[in-house]
Design a binder for this molecule. Structure first.
Ligand SMILES: NC(=O)c1ccc[n+]([C@@H]2O[C@H](COP(=O)([O-])OP(=O)(O)OC[C@H]3O[C@@H](n4cnc5c(N)ncnc54)[C@H](OP(=O)(O)O)[C@@H]3O)[C@@H](O)[C@H]2O)c1
Length: 249
């Protein structure tokens, strides 16, 4: 028996990086996992890799109509939803002087508005005792240059977890944030202009981490499985740092 035997889970942004690693672990623990993402080819490949315990639904979390379609599909399975990992987000650099309205709207539209409606629209489907996990970031606590809008979006997400944990406690629904440090994913490397710059960027970030390396996406997934399962039954409203010590020491 896995830790999540016969549960139903949703991972947004589940076609790559931390989302794919987590969807893979949730399935290995016995859950049926819905995964969503905007690119069909990547999503199909992820579903194929995870196996028969996965269902892919193409969609953008920033589009309420896509969220409605996603939740219709989950409702059609007839088991409600036990685990919601609101993971999808985007990151881009822009200093205060460089920020445009488009940059702000894109990051807040996906990371904040999209996360909010991902959870709000799940409410009728969430089973009593469900676990909601939001993906935060260590950047929410620090002032990394040219990362202000992303950092603020993740601070908003962390704040949502506190409020929603309070609002949903009566249904036994726990809401927590997982807070990754730098993690080796396509999204992280995509912040650099080319592969050489990405390798240099990964080296610089790794040197800032007390454990001396980036996290693997499966290390974040392990923490999400803990928060998703009954192993964390007395944990709500909290933030679980999986950061190699970068924000701790
Ligand atoms: N990697 C890190 O160092 C790190 C550190 C702290 C926190 N995080 C957080 O961890 C989460 C995952 O990051 P990652 O590094 O794994 O990113 P990633 O490699 O870029 O993967 C993100 C996934 O989300 C999907 N996605 C993006 N926007 C979406 C949208 N609007 N609707 C639906 N799906 C969407 C992408 O697929 P499509 O493009 O096909 O939609 C992609 O598969 C994010 O919340 C990120 O902020 C990452």
């Amino acid at each position: 028996m896995g830790l999540l035997q016969d549960r139903t889970a949703l991972v947004t942004g589940g076609a790559g990086g931390i989302g794919l690693a987590t969807a893979t672990r949730l399935a290995a623990e016995g859950a049926h996992v819905f995964v969503t993402g905007r690119r069909k080819t990547e999503l199909d490949a992820a579903v194929e890799a995870i196996g028969p315990a996965a269902t892919g639904i193409v969609g953008d979390i920033a589009d309420p109509a896509d969220l409605d379609r996603l939740y219709e599909a989950i409702a059609g399975r007839g088991q409600g939803l036990d685990v919601l990992f609101a993971n999808a987000a985007v990151a881009e650099f822009a200093s205060l002087a460089q920020i445009t309205e488009e940059h702000f709207d894109r990051l807040f539209g996906i990371n904040v508005r999209g996360t909010l409606f991902t959870v709000q629209k799940a409410l009728p489907l969430l089973n009593d005792g469900a676990s909601v996990i939001l993906n935060g970031s260590t950047n929410a606590d620090v002032g990394a240059e040219a990362f202000g809008v992303y950092a603020a979006s993740k601070a908003a997400v962390r704040s949502f977890a506190r409020t929603w944990a309070n609002e949903l406690k009566g249904r036994g629904i726990r809401v927590n944030t997982v807070t990754p440090g730098p993690t080796d994913t396509p999204g992280l490397s995509g912040l650099a202009t080319d592969e050489e710059a990405a390798a240099q960027f990964r080296r610089i970030l790794a040197a800032q981490v007390p454990l001396g390396r980036l996290a693997g996406p499966e290390e974040i997934a392990a923490a999400v499985v803990f928060l998703a399962s009954d192993q964390s039954s007395f944990v709500t409203g909290s933030s679980l740092y999986v950061d190699g010590g970068v924000n701790q020491i």
